[in-house]
Design a binder for this molecule. Structure first.
Ligand SMILES: Cc1ncc(COP(=O)(O)O)c(C=O)c1O
Length: 298
C-alpha cells in the first residue's frame, strides 16, 4: 500500500502519519465499524469515482444497521471524497471511508465518540493472478440469522479472513464460502457468477453482501443481451458450468480457472467473462457514454 499525504478525519484533512488511534478504541476490539471500498479511475476528464452514490447509500445503510448516526450528509461525504483525491494528487486508486467508535470498553458502544474517516491510496490488482484457483472453505458464511448481510460491517470480516487464510495455506488464491444450507454464497470479499450457454447464474440475496460490482455486471450483461438467473447454486452443479468469475470493487471482474480440484473453462478465462471484463474497464475509464451516470468526476 502506497502512503498518500492526507486522510480525512471528522472534517479535517490530517497528515497520513497522524491518523492514529488509542489502543482502547471500541471498534478495534469489537469490530463495531462500518466501511466501504470504492475505486476511482483515470479518465480523459481526470479521476472519476465509480458508483459513488451507491457506495454512500450502502455506507448509510450499514451505519443504520449498527444504530450509528453519521453526522454528515451523503453530499458532504461525497464532496470530502472528491477533495481528498484532489489533495492527494492521485489519478486512480482505492477509497476507504470508515465510521467507527472511539475510546470505550464494554460492548455497548453508546456514549463513545463516533468518528468518520476517509483514506485513499493507489491500489492495483487485488488478487495477484489474472485467473484464480479457488478453494471451497470449511468455514460457513455467516448468515442473515446472525447479522444484516446487506451491511458492510467490520465485524463480519473475521469470517472472510478465516476462509482466506485457510485457502492460501492450502495453495489456493482465494476462498469460496457456502451458506448454512450448503449453497454457494460468495468469496471473502467478492461475489461469484457462473456462465452456461450464454446465461449468467449468481447466488441470490440472503447470505451474500449484495455487491455494487455484482449489480453493475448484472446491468451490463442484460444490456449485452445475456439472461441472468439469481438462484441457489450447490457445489455439485459447478461441473455443469462453462465459466466462472468473481466480482467486487477490489477484484473488479476476475476469472476463476479452478474450484477445488475441478478445472473450469480449461483453467482459462472464459469468452463471456472476457467480454464483460473488457466492457467493465471501458465503462470505468469513461469510454462508454451510456454508463456516464456511474461516474463522479473529481
Ligand atoms: C463479502 C463481500 N462480498 C462481496 C463484495 C463485493 O462488493 P462490491 O462489488 O460492492 O465491492 C465485497 C466487497 O465489498 C465483500 O466484502
Amino acid at each position: 500500500m502506497l502512503k498518500t499525504k492526507f486522510i480525512w478525519l471528522n472534517e479535517k484533512f490530517i497528515p497520513w502519519e497522524k491518523a492514529t488511534l488509542h489502543l482502547l478504541t471500541h471498534s478495534l476490539h469489537y469490530g463495531s465499524a462500518v466501511f466501504e471500498g470504492i475505486r476511482f479511475y483515470e479518465t480523459e476528464k481526470g479521476p472519476a469515482v465509480f458508483r459513488l452514490v451507491e457506495h454512500l447509500n450502502r455506507l448509510f445503510l450499514s451505519a443504520k444497521t449498527m444504530e450509528m448516526k453519521i453526522p454528515y450528509s451523503r453530499n458532504q461525504l461525497s464532496k470530502a471524497i472528491l477533495e481528498l483525491i484532489k489533495k492527494n494528487n492521485l489519478k486512480s486508486g482505492y477509497l476507504r471511508p470508515i465510521i467507527f467508535y472511539g475510546q470505550k470498553m464494554g460492548l455497548d458502544p453508546r456514549g463513545a465518540d463516533l468518528n468518520t474517516a476517509i483514506a485513499c491510496w493507489e491500489w492495483g490488482r487485488y488478487l495477484e493472478k489474472e485467473i484464480v484457483k479457488v478453494k471451497i472453505s470449511k468455514f460457513q458464511r455467516i448468515s442473515s440469522m446472525s447479522s444484516e448481510m446487506k451491511a458492510k460491517i467490520s465485524g463480519h470480516y473475521f469470517n472472510s479472513i478465516l476462509a482466506s487464510l485457510e485457502a492460501k495455506k492450502d495453495g489456493f488464491d482465494e476462498a469460496l464460502l457456502l451458506d448454512y444450507q450448503g449453497n454457494i454464497a460468495e468469496g471473502p470479499g467478492e461475489n461469484i457468477f457462473f456462465v452456461k450457454k450464454k446465461i449468467l447464474y449468481t447466488p441470490k440475496h440472503g447470505t451474500i453482501l449484495p455487491g455494487i460490482t455484482r449489480d453493475s455486471v448484472i446491468k451490463i450483461a442484460k444490456n449485452l443481451g445475456y439472461k441472468i438467473i439469481e438462484k441457489d447454486i450447490k457445489p455439485k452443479e459447478i461441473k455443469n458450468f462453462d465459466e466462472a468469475f468473481f466480482t467486487g470493487t477490489a477484484v473488479e471482474i476476475t476469472a476463476i480457472g479452478q474450484i477445488d480440484k475441478l478445472k473450469i473453462s480449461q483453467g482459462k478465462e472464459g469468452e463471456i467473462t472476457k467480454k464483460l471484463k473488457e466492457k467493465y474497464h471501458k465503462i470505468t475509464e469513461a469510454e462508454e457514454k451510456k454508463y456516464q451516470k456511474w461516474l463522479s468526476y473529481v
